[in-house]
Design a protein around this ligand. Structure first.
Ligand code: SAM
Ligand code: SF4
Length: 334
């Protein structure tokens, strides 16, 4: 039995995030520019067989949980076939999807039957016009239908990811929290991260997540820390007293959780990224077909995984110890 995927800081890696495409049907303001994105040609993307091979090897060495992401994973044709292939790999216990959910309702049954176990839906505003502004054209009705579809097929608790941005959606904190009162929904507020492009506006839009707890209290809602752990996340979880659902805070910038990082990332073009933030990448393609070679690559990636990212240094314009990635979030998968 393998000793598992352990890095130089004794962190065990049992979780792989797989980006299946860098393309997307939306253009969220914090993720992609409105125009001018260049996408990988389809022949550069790992095929479903290649992704399955990588996962089979990693599952032999302790990976148990997978997440499909992108770009938008549901724009990759027949992605439910990939879910079925991955669900058949011995050792894989959990296959989650992070999606903008515009296309989810139409595929909910197929994905569930293929073996999808959980879903995270990105939804940054509950107001139709504002949602369209943030996503540059998205139709919120489609997302709301997808939330109902996720319920119908039994993918609960449904997680809703909200990237909080000052002056854009921070006045909706309480509206999102109210969603948790009557339903088994987990709303997760995520700090806006400075990833992959020099967004001068980032600091102005950054909101520390303590604001969520202050808002909740300020509106007279009592909450308690929730001991339940949902999935693999680094989220700090809370529940408004008496609520069916819960809410979580994910603060990668102000209070990073690198010491418990259990994740590796595989980009759509076949690069292992040991850390979301830094530029280090390890291309799996030349090593496919040879498990021993692939494992050497993974151990090299783990050996070079840094102890922590340094996003917070960007708040103070301080210099950083390595080179940050130039990939955008849509080219990594979040
Ligand atoms: N298209 C899918 C979606 O939006 O859920 C999956 C890919 S998207 C890159 C994954 C997650 O990253 C989403 O929840 C999105 O909100 C988040 N994200 C993108 N850019 C971000 C940024 N600069 N800071 C924080 N989160 C970001
Ligand atoms: Fe697309 Fe997701 Fe990026 Fe929005 S956050 S542009 S939905 S990849």
């Amino acid at each position: 039995m393998s000793a598992g995927l352990v890095d130089s800081f004794n962190r065990i890696h049992d979780y792989l995030r797989i980006s299946v495409t860098d393309r997307c049907n939306l253009r969220c303001v914090y993720c992609m520019p409105e125009e001018g994105m260049e996408f990988e040609p389809s022949e550069k993307l790992l095929t479903f067989d290649e992704i399955t091979e990588v996962v089979r090897v990693l599952a032999n060495h302790g990976v148990r949980k997978l997440r499909l992401t992108g770009g938008e994973p549901l724009v990759r044709k027949n992605v439910e076939q990939l879910v079925a292939m991955l669900a058949n790999i011995p050792g894989i216990e959990d296959i989650a999807l992070t999606t903008n959910a515009i296309y989810f309702a139409a595929k909910a049954d197929q994905l569930k039957q293929a073996g999808l176990t959980r879903i995270n839906i990105s939804l940054d505003s509950l107001q139709a016009e504002r949602f369209a502004m943030i996503t540059r054209g998205g139709n919120i009705e489609k997302v709301l239908q997808s939330i109902e579809a996720a319920y119908r097929v039994g993918l609960y608790p449904i997680k809703i990811n909200v990237v909080l941005m000052k002056g854009i959606n921070d006045d909706e904190i309480m509206d999102f929290l109210r969603l948790t009162l009557d339903r088994d929904i987990q709303v997760r507020f995520i700090e806006y991260m400075p990833i992959g492009h020099d967004d001068q506006g980032w600091k102005n839009k950054y909101v520390p997540l303590s604001t969520v707890l202050e808002t909740c209290e300020g509106q007279g809602y009592m909450f308690e820390e929730s001991a339940e752990v949902y999935g693999n996340g680094p989220s700090q979880n809370y529940r408004i007293k008496g609520a069916q659902g819960s809410f979580g805070l994910i603060h990668p910038v102000s209070n990073h959780f690198c010491q418990t990082c259990n994740r590796l990332r595989l980009t759509a073009d076949g690069n292992i990224k040991p850390c979301l933030y830094w530029s280090d990448e390890f291309n799996v393609r030349p090593h496919l077909g040879n498990e021993e070679d692939l494992m050497k690559l993974f151990y090299r990636a783990l050996g070079q995984k840094p102890e922590t990212h340094e996003m917070a240094l960007k708040l103070t314009n301080s210099s950083q110890s390595h080179t940050p990635t130039i990939r955008r979030m849509s080219q990594i998968g979040g």
